[in-house]
Design a protein around this ligand. Structure first.
Ligand SMILES: C[S@@+](CC[C@H](N)C(=O)[O-])C[C@H]1O[C@@H](n2cnc3c(N)ncnc32)[C@H](O)[C@@H]1O
Length: 215
């Protein structure tokens, strides 16, 4: 949605992550179907910046794929930080784990294999996260949001990816298009949070849980 030249300019003036991240990106582009699912260095740097700015220690990710976004966030976590990443497909988790093993930050990450809604339902009621990244099947975005919000600490942030869905939110036709539109409306109407939608890559919404309910 943003002109390619402008995207390239932004990236040239952005602090990007490790060499291993570049290798993982190349590997994914060469060996995986749908490599465009990976968030890439610009959005990766945004997530890392948000993790550092928020001082997050406990992160939850929904949608590991080959582990790129998880590694971006893990690199920004403090030594004792922890990241749980949910992934449905064993073949994706296998690649991610191979790269996590090679990173000094990989020990912060645990992959939970299976449908993310089941993983979320199995979390203890006391589980708390400072930062959540939602980036899996669009049809479940509202369900993920509902399942995750009780576990987000007040002041904590959810980043939701693909909220512009290549612009299809303006003229939704397919089920996934309508699911993204529904998610965006749901969040915007929720008095428990405040939200800003950014036109970065395919659209990222930053959703902060309020400390107090709005009067
Ligand atoms: C867009 S990709 C994630 C990209 C990743 N965040 C990155 O930037 O590297 C979405 C991932 O969610 C996974 N996924 C889809 N449905 C899922 C579900 N119900 N539960 C858990 N993971 C799911 C897919 O297999 C895929 O690996």
């Amino acid at each position: 949605m943003i002109p390619k030249r402008i995207e390239k300019y932004c990236l040239r003036h952005t602090s990007v992550g490790s060499k291993l991240l570049r290798e993982l990106e190349k590997y994914t582009r060469r060996h995986c179907d749908d490599p465009q699912m990976l968030i890439g260095p610009h959005e990766g740097a945004l997530l890392a910046m948000l993790v550092r700015l928020s001082g997050a220690r406990r992160i939850l990710e929904i949608g590991t794929f080959t582990g790129y976004s998880a590694l971006c966030m893990a690199e920004a976590l403090p030594k004792n930080g922890k990241l749980i990443s949910c992934e449905l497909k064993p073949e994706h988790a296998k690649i991610a784990r191979t790269f996590f093993k090679r990173s000094p930050h990989g020990n912060k990450i645990r992959i939970r294999l299976g449908p993310a809604l089941e993983t979320l339902a199995a979390l203890p009621a006391s589980a708390r996260f400072d930062f959540v990244f939602i980036d899996a099947d669009k049809e479940n975005y509202v369900n993920y949001y509902k399942a995750v919000l009780p576990h987000l600490r007040p002041g904590g942030v959810i980043a939701a990816d693909n909220v512009l869905w290549s612009g299809r939110v303006l003229a939704p036709k397919k089920k996934a298009d309508r699911a993204v539109v529904k998610f965006n409306k749901h969040v915007h109407r929720d008095p428990r949070v405040e939200c800003v939608m950014l036109p970065v890559r395919d659209g990222v919404s930053l959703i902060r849980k309020r400390l107090h309910r709005r009067a």
